[in-house]
Design a protein around this ligand. Structure first.
Ligand SMILES: Nc1ncnc2c1ncn2[C@@H]1O[C@H](COP(=O)(O)OP(=O)(O)O)[C@@H](O)[C@H]1O
Ligand SMILES: Nc1ccn([C@@H]2O[C@H](COP(=O)(O)OP(=O)(O)O)[C@@H](O)[C@H]2O)c(=O)n1
Length: 225
């Protein structure tokens, strides 16, 4: 009953159209997981969407209103570079090229951040970014997300936002932005399609102003009546 179609109208404007029809939830979990998280059993919501779709902006709002802890995979990787870790140079090179860092590295950082925090509910922003990320996280941690928030936004709008973001990021230049868009279409959409097939995706029209997007986000978090 799943109906997913991608409409690629031009190289600059790609939209993913997902009709959310499935409601079957995969509750299977990996027993005997070796992860330090297997005892903590945190509640997790994945926040996904293209670069510049507004994930970080909306996560800040969700934290304030719903008491989640925000973990941005990109921020954790950038902090790892700054810490002078042995993986720093490799991560720096991959981010500069818009490439996805190996799951092992990112998952370790996420596990550590979750374990160090007393909260039991987390927004994981910008992860999983490819099938390898997704499958490795599930098998290592045994965590199945409550749901997946998907910020759907045109490339034209995302490009405009990234070029105006002004945070001094090495990857917010037009050449790397285009590479990141390609990685998103080639690798990250498959993750959204996977969770959609499990009935777990809540799609948000992220092309609207921040306040309007947050209204839709609030509805996604509202407890089912
Ligand atoms: N709905 C919106 N409308 C216009 N600009 C936005 C919107 N949401 C976020 N922005 C701006 O766009 C840029 C990218 O947003 P950000 O939340 O950092 O995206 P992401 O985390 O998905 O890369 C930021 O400068 C942010 O202030
Ligand atoms: N799960 C992840 C998340 C980010 N990253 C890297 O970090 C970069 C920036 O990701 P981000 O989530 O901070 O930012 P956006 O690209 O969403 O704006 C990506 O382009 C990847 O190089 C990764 O390798 N794996």
């Amino acid at each position: 009953m799943l109906n997913i179609s991608r409409q690629i109208s031009s190289s600059r404007q790609r939209f993913l159209h997902i009709e959310l029809m499935g409601t079957v939830v995969d509750s299977s979990n990996k027993e005997g997981s070796k992860s330090v998280l297997s005892e903590k059993k945190p509640k997790v919501v994945f926040v996904l969407g293209g670069p510049g779709s507004g994930k970080g902006t909306q996560c800040a709002n969700i934290v304030e209103h719903f008491g989640y802890t925000h973990l941005s995979a990109g921020d954790l990787l950038r902090a790892e570079i700054k810490s002078g870790s042995k993986n720093g140079t490799m991560i720096q090179n991959m981010i500069s090229e818009g490439i996805i860092v190996p799951s092992e590295v990112t998952i370790k950082l996420l596990e550590k951040a979750i374990m160090e925090n007393e909260n039991d509910k987390f927004l994981i922003d910008g992860f999983p970014r490819n099938e390898e990320n997704r499958a490795a996280f599930e098998s290592v941690t045994g965590i199945i997300p409550e749901f997946v928030l998907f910020f759907d936004c045109s490339e034209e709008e995302m490009e405009k936002r990234l070029l105006g973001r002004n945070q001094g990021r090495v990857d917010d230049n037009i050449e790397t932005i285009r590479k990141r868009f390609k990685v998103f279409v080639d690798s990250s959409l498959a993750v959204i399609e996977y969770y959609n097939s499990k009935g777990k995706v809540k799609k948000i029209d992220a092309g609207k102003p921040v306040g309007e997007v947050f209204e839709a986000v609030k509805a996604a978090f509202a407890p089912a009546k």
